[in-house]
Design a protein around this ligand. Structure first.
Ligand code: LMR
Length: 413
């Protein structure tokens, strides 16, 4: 075997000035859970679906299409277009904006296939940094990676109040007050539904008020849509905000993820949409978006995009997907009431109504960081220190153990 040579003594120790970067909070919890050898551990950390047997889930329709792709002699490994598969992009537009929306045929929507929701956000904010500038208003709190991406891209972030810790709901007034002071041309990052981490969404009426202030202050909506289907259980209803803003004439950006609603986490499939004012401008926007993508990763990988397009473009597969998605969202909704009932049955101190009022993948429990630490250290329950719990990790079998643990840490406060 070849020996490792001596370091070049003329060269300074090249990386010695680096300090240890913090580990990503969500991935760190995922790894701590994996490393725990207890049989009773409970995974409420990462937002990834689990069956009632605590197992990851691959959609049957996805497995079927994967086989079809493997056996399809017409496919090869040639590069895709920079913006991805055309049928993927068209299917994504229809899913988000609705099949009968005249925008679909208007040529005003620019779409590109991206590497998951994170990839779409990164591409979108790179584009913003280069072509729009402006401060970016982010909800307080928001998904931690939003802050990191904006930081890396070099855009200035300003928090808008969103979550009310007293009501454990949406603080509409404070949000509107803050946004009505925003500088014209600022970008506002909005979660389309199933807000991460709070599970708290504006009502339809509140969305209209947000739209109003965006119009008055000339703010640019940047939507993150990572949970279509998980809030109300209805794909159309969940994207009310996007469709309404489009109807109201906004030009805007939407980052979309298929990680959760098609269970394609490690395939990294998402999309960026930019709704422009005309077909002519859309052409120019696309050319610039392609520059961003080409310099980041050239073009997207094919398998995930092919799976999604086959689901979105084939009626049979689409129906199968919706059915499976309904089972998943149904189980999560059931776990909310199960958890709430168990907490009430065991007389756990406090009011837990917010568990059934909040929607989507997560509950923002209101547990303190210390209580969360104690849940992890003493009871093998893994959740974010912010008190965010992934409802998808709760099962009919582990809920009792979880509630007993919560009871102990709440009493100890
Ligand atoms: C989460 O918030 O847990 C998910 O969106 C997974 C991730 O990438 O953070």
């Amino acid at each position: 075997m070849q020996e490792i040579g001596q370091l070049n003594s003329n060269q300074k120790n090249l990386f010695s000035h680096l300090t240890q970067a913090p580990s990503d909070a969500i991935f760190a919890i995922m790894n701590a859970y994996k490393a725990d050898t207890s049989e009773n551990k409970i995974d409420l950390g990462v937002g990834a679906y689990r069956t009632d047997e605590e197992k990851p889930y691959v959609f049957d329709v996805v497995k079927k299409i994967e086989q079809e792709i493997v056996n399809d002699p017409s496919l090869n490994k040639e590069y895709l277009e920079i913006e991805g598969l055309p049928e993927f992009n068209k299917g994504c537009q229809i899913l988000l904006f609705g099949k009968d929306n005249p925008l679909i045929t208007s040529g005003r929507i620019v779409t590109a296939q991206c590497l998951g929701g994170t990839g779409a956000l990164r591409v979108g904010f790179d584009f913003v940094k280069r072509h729009l500038q402006g401060d970016v208003y982010v909800s307080n709190p928001t998904w931690g990676n939003h802050n990191q991406i904006l930081d890396r891209v070099g855009l200035n972030q300003i928090n808008y109040p969103y979550y009310d810790p007293i009501t454990k709901g949406f603080n509409c007034k404070a949000t509107l007050d803050c946004l009505s002071q925003a500088k014209e041309g600022s970008i506002i990052l909005l979660h389309v539904c199933a807000h991460n981490p709070t599970g708290v969404d504006p009502t339809e009426d509140e969305w209209l008020q947000i739209a109003d202030v965006c119009k008055t202050r000339n703010l640019i909506p940047f939507f993150d849509c990572a949970y279509q289907g998980f809030a109300s259980g209805c794909l159309d209803k969940d994207v009310f905000a996007v469709r309404k803003f489009a109807e109201l004439g906004f030009q805007m950006i939407i980052a979309y993820s298929f990680s959760k609603n098609m269970g394609l986490y490690n395939e990294r499939v998402g999309a960026i949409h930019i709704l422009t004012s005309s077909q002519d401008i859309a052409t120019k926007v696309l050319s610039n978006l392609k520059m961003v993508i080409r310099t980041l990763y050239s073009c997207p990988p094919a398998i995930g995009g092919r799976i999604v397009s086959r689901i979105l473009c084939n009626d049979n597969y689409y129906q199968q997907w919706v059915q499976e998605l309904n089972v998943i969202t149904g189980r999560i909704i059931k776990m909310r009431s199960l958890l709430k009932n168990e907490l009430d049955n065991l007389n756990v101190q406090g009011n837990w109504d917010h568990i059934i009022k909040q929607t989507g993948f997560f509950t923002f429990t209101g547990l303190t960081p210390q209580q969360c630490d104690q849940l992890t250290q003493d009871h093998h329950v893994y959740l974010l220190r912010s008190g965010r719990m992934s409802m998808a990790g709760i099962t009919s079998k582990n809920v009792k153990q979880l509630v007993e643990a919560i009871k102990i840490v709440v009493q100890n406060k």
